[in-house]
Design a protein around this ligand. Structure first.
Ligand SMILES: Nc1nc2c(ncn2[C@@H]2O[C@H](COP(=O)(O)OP(=O)(O)O)[C@@H](O)[C@H]2O)c(=O)[nH]1
Ligand SMILES: [Mg+2]
Length: 452
């Protein structure tokens, strides 16, 4: 995930609130100090940090509680709101032209910022949404630039246009765009060399190519590991073009990513995507609210609910279902239903990470065996009675034997299912005890605007 270390530090600060029996000024001040430290370590601008933490402190002490919200929830909400504010409040999308017309995107950024990688990721992102995407390589600078691009997208069947012999980037851009326009592609992404190390050269290069191809949007790719230094790049870019947006890369594992994000957001330039890994799928549309919720360790419940909505038409996962998952009061049948839904949503590990408080606490073996055993579980459960499904405690030796025989599985398989059920139930209970799940009251989500 992006900004892992910042996330852990903020999460730790918030846990102090949820664990305290009394919330007084001292606790608030202590927590605000922790938040301050976490943001400074992430290279967020000092001035900004002081502003944010002062706001949090004042509001946490002065504001009246809204009806139906506990003091703990209220403080968490304030932290969430203030941090969202400085990460940029609105989610912005790249505007695409109507069907039948090609949208041209121009990628700019200094060398090594991640342009080429992000070009491939963007192509993949839109390809998955059903668009026909072509890539134009205009990097005449770096040896093997064309091959790098071709290799990066080779397994996803995206056409790359380029000519390793041609020396003029502008000419390449023009011809490449024409090539894909003639083929009526929906989106044409033009990758550039970005051979300049400083802003001025970069902007000049962008202007030159822009003149030739008139892009619908120029996208500045910024390396997130440079922290708040990202600000000057974003500012120079913002002054030079109105059609600009920004993608910040390498937010995986970088301690300074929070600084880069907040510094760019402060310039008012829209951040549209973030890169969080080298793989072609590691691109995320940047939605500040959702991002911060995840960062603070609420889990990304809205994403989860959205996904469930897509995956299961009839058995849609309501808030109640989500709560049941956390309450530890579920039956074997519930577990099966949940596992089935989760398996529809893709790799279980990824899904678990979105569930509040679960994060990376889940043993890998558990996830793996869940995936593998899903099919077997269905067969076994088909041989169980309603009563057994609702109350698995009653399944003792003779029943195990009967169920195994009836389902054509081994007794060990039946026991494994029951063990897994116990394990999952225990896990949910622990979460609830730690009040992580308990914090996720519907009221809180109403206030966080995370509800569906
Ligand atoms: N960890 C990580 N590495 C990235 C990310 N994006 C790009 N990189 C790496 O950064 C290096 C430079 O990327 P490249 O796309 O060639 O940059 P360009 O010179 O701007 O085209 C490569 O090694 C990439 O794999 C990211 O989001 N996370
Ligand atoms: Mg490149």
């Amino acid at each position: 995930m992006a900004l892992e270390s910042l996330s852990q530090a903020l999460n730790g600060a918030l846990k102090k609130i949820t664990r305290s029996s009394v919330i007084d000024k001292d606790v608030i001040k202590d927590v605000v100090k922790d938040i301050q430290r976490a943001l400074l370590v992430a290279d967020v601008n000092v001035q900004l940090v002081l502003e944010v933490t002062k706001n949090i402190e004042n509001r946490a002490i002065d504001e009246k509680l809204p009806p139906g919200v506990s003091r703990k929830e209220h403080i968490v909400k304030i932290v969430y709101e203030e941090i969202t504010r400085f990460m940029g409040e609105r989610a912005e999308k790249i505007a695409l032209r109507p069907p039948g017309e090609s949208t041209i995107l121009l990628m700019v950024g200094i060398q090594g910022s991640g342009k080429t990688t992000t070009t491939g990721k963007l192509a993949r992102y839109y390809q998955k949404k059903g668009f026909k995407v072509g890539i134009v390589c205009t990097d005449t600078w770096r040896p093997g630039a064309l091959t790098q691009l071709e290799q990066y997208v080779s397994h996803i069947n995206i056409e790359v246009w380029g000519d390793a012999e041609e020396k003029s980037a502008t000419k390449l851009a023009k011809e490449g765009v024409k090539h894909f326009k003639d083929k009526k592609y929906d989106i044409i992404i033009v990758d550039t060399a970005g051979r300049h190390k400083e802003e001025k050269g970069l902007i000049d290069e962008m202007r030159e190519i822009s003149k030739a191809i008139r892009p619908d949007e120029a996208i500045l790719v910024i390396d997130g590991t440079i922290g708040q230094q990202a600000k000057s790049q974003a500012e120079a870019f913002k002054d030079a073009t109105e059609l600009g947006s920004i993608i910040i890369t390498k937010l995986d594992g970088s301690a300074k990513g929070g600084g880069a994000l907040s510094a760019v957001a402060a310039t008012g330039a829209p951040i549209k995507f973030i890169g969080e890994g080298e793989r072609i799928e590691n691109l995320e549309a940047f939605e500040p609210e959702r991002f911060v919720a995840k960062l603070l360790g609420f889990g990304d419940l809205k994403t989860l609910l959205d996904k469930v909505g897509e995956a299961t038409k009839k058995q849609d996962m309501s808030k109640d279902d989500a709560k049941r998952m956390l309450s530890g009061k579920f039956t074997l049948k519930d577990m099966y239903q949940q596992l089935e839904m989760l398996s529809n949503m893709g790799p279980l590990q990824q899904v678990f990470q979105m569930i509040p408080g679960m994060g990376s606490n889940i043993p890998k073996e558990f996830v793996q065996s869940s995936e593998e055993n899903l099919a077997k579980y269905k067969v076994i459960m088909d041989s169980m009675t309603e009563r057994e499904l609702k109350d698995p405690k009653i399944v003792h030796f003779s029943r195990v034997k009967r169920i195994a025989k009836g389902s054509g599985t081994r007794q060990e398989d039946v026991k494994a299912l029951l063990n897994q059920y116990d394990m999952m139930k225990k896990m949910m209970k622990t979460m609830n005890k730690r009040k992580i799940g308990g914090m996720m009251s519907p009221n809180m989500f109403k206030n966080l605007k995370l509800q569906q």
